[in-house]
Design a binder for this molecule. Structure first.
Ligand SMILES: *[C@@H]1O[C@H](CO)[C@@H](O)[C@H](O)[C@H]1NC(C)=O
Ligand SMILES: *[C@@H]1O[C@H](CO)[C@@H](O)[C@H](O)[C@H]1NC(C)=O
Ligand SMILES: *[C@@H]1O[C@H](CO)[C@@H](O)[C@H](O)[C@H]1NC(C)=O
Length: 441
């Protein structure tokens, strides 16, 4: 057993900097930081090679003022010389206190991401894929989320089974969004990140399965769990998984429903379907669980992740499912959400994002999948105008895109907390400056 004292340097790094991977800075009025511009002439990359000097540390630093993964090298001697002046935070790491293993970090292959990325010249598309998925030059993503049919980040509402009362799903068909945007983009990502694991989720079933007969607003599946309506929604998910397999794409996981709580709210503005914890429990054990298993997508092949919604209200919902032995048998894990409005060059935003990720990790989260891989200058397109932020914003009119502060801050997790690494127990034993804990991952 050993306990080690790790000292964290925050601001006083004066050693040589490696400037070869610098950000091409663009500032926006009223923002506390900047974005990095990528165009055909230039794009920065994230290179995190450690130094080969004995007794030296390599430090990668990003901050509001000027740095994006700036590398500095410092010797242990320098570190010890004047540690009180240098060190803001002491973290005591307990090497024998092993917590969860990291699963991975990633982003989402929405229609909108595909639409924005497809607007770019071919060279920039490859560049952007590398920015995200390369383990040596980008964020090293190993995880991705794919909506089943339309999410709100689509240009229109659609499902794959629009023919009413087609309970056998004879008319099930992928949309042009799949063949034009999602599938080609996923394949490009797979060519860079071989171990990419994908999770999918439907936003809404075909409307003829719902009480409301429409995608938005208050509405649940007709009839009861175990009925043909519920079975058809389960089979719809199975069909999706099977059809993607035909395109060479195998999913690691699926969630039964994106944001199930929203379909229980009157006037919810985007495509959804409501489930309470009890409804979800019965749907999983009577319909979805058996359907997945029968089709060869049992737990050993495809992980069923429940909740997939905002953190608020998570406990009562998942408890009902996980306390039921039969339903829990089909479930592999729990997923939860985070969002914000578009704000270019906002460092505060990035720090909040990091704080939430750390908080999640400290409470046994095993990874984080960011939302749209790329959005446009208004935070869309979104068919219900639910515009939000993204790590990458593509310019609508010129062939360039912007890497937000969030992109780099997320990289401090995804590049260093590789899949299979283990979180160790720690305690903070001194904390002079405010905010520093955020930088300690
Ligand atoms: C380190 O963690 C182990 C395992 O949890 C625990 O038994 C031990 O007491 C911890 N050591 C210290 C110094 O906190
Ligand atoms: C930056 O992001 C923070 C956190 O999301 C937000 O509160 C703030 O309004 C944003 N600032 C600007 C200038 O948009
Ligand atoms: C996008 O490019 C146009 C043309 O160069 C420029 O005027 C505009 O400011 C850019 N948008 C952003 C968000 O920087």
């Amino acid at each position: 057993m050993f306990t080690r004292l790790v000292s964290l340097l925050v601001v006083y790094i004066i050693s040589t900097r490696d400037l070869s991977h610098c950000c091409q800075v663009k500032q926006f009025a009223g923002k506390d930081s900047f974005v990095c511009v990528c165009n055909e002439a230039y794009c920065d990359s994230i290179v995190t090679e450690p130094n080969s000097l004995p007794d030296h540390l390599t430090i990668f630093q990003s901050d509001a003022a000027s740095h994006r993964f700036s590398k500095s090298i410092i010797s242990f001697n320098e570190l010890l010389l004047d540690s009180d002046a240098l060190v803001d935070v002491h973290i005591k790491v307990n090497g024998t206190d092993r917590k969860q293993q990291i699963f991975g970090f990633g982003g989402s292959f929405t229609d909108s991401a595909g639409i924005n990325i497809k607007k770019l010249p071919a060279k920039l598309v490859d560049q952007l894929i590398e920015n995200y998925f390369s383990e040596t030059k980008g964020l090293g993503y190993t995880y991705g989320r794919v909506p089943i049919a339309a999410s709100d980040f689509s240009q229109r509402y659609y499902t794959y089974a629009e023919v009413a009362d087609d309970f056998e799903l004879k008319h099930f068909k992928l949309a042009h969004e799949d063949t034009l945007y999602k599938i080609p983009l996923i394949k490009k990502a797979l060519s860079v990140s071989k171990d990419l694991r994908l999770i999918s989720a439907p936003w809404a079933p075909p409307s003829w399965l719902k009480t409301s007969h429409r995608p938005k607003g208050l509405g649940i599946l007709q009839d009861d769990p175990g009925s043909k309506y519920w079975k058809t929604y389960a089979n719809y998910i199975v069909k999706f998984l099977e059809t993607y397999v035909q395109h060479g794409i195998h999913f690691w996981g699926v969630s039964p429903q994106n944001e199930p709580s929203t379909g229980l709210m009157p006037n919810w503005p985007l495509n959804t379907c409501g489930f309470s914890g009890h409804m979800m429990r019965d749907y999983i054990k009577k319909d979805l669980g058996p359907a997945l298993k029968k089709a060869g997508f049992g737990k050993d092949k495809v992980k069923l992740m429940i909740w997939d919604d905002q953190l608020l209200d998570i406990m009562p919902f998942i408890r009902v499912i996980l306390e039921d032995k039969e339903a829990a048998e089909y479930v592999s894990g729990v997923a939860y959400h985070w969002y914000s409005r578009l704000s270019l060059g906002n460092w505060t935003r990035a720090e909040r994002y990091a704080t939430d990720i750390i908080e999640g990790l400290n409470h046994w989260s095993t990874g984080w999948v960011d939302w749209n891989l790329a959005l446009d200058e208004s935070g869309g397109p979104n068919w219900v105008n639910n515009f939000i932020d993204s790590m990458v914003i593509v310019n609508n009119t010129s062939p360039e895109y912007y890497k937000q502060p969030m992109y780099y801050v997320f990289g401090h997790f995804s590049r260093f907390l590789r899949p299979g690494s283990t979180r160790l127990g720690h305690s903070i034993i001194k904390n002079n400056a405010e905010n520093e804990v955020k930088l300690t991952v």
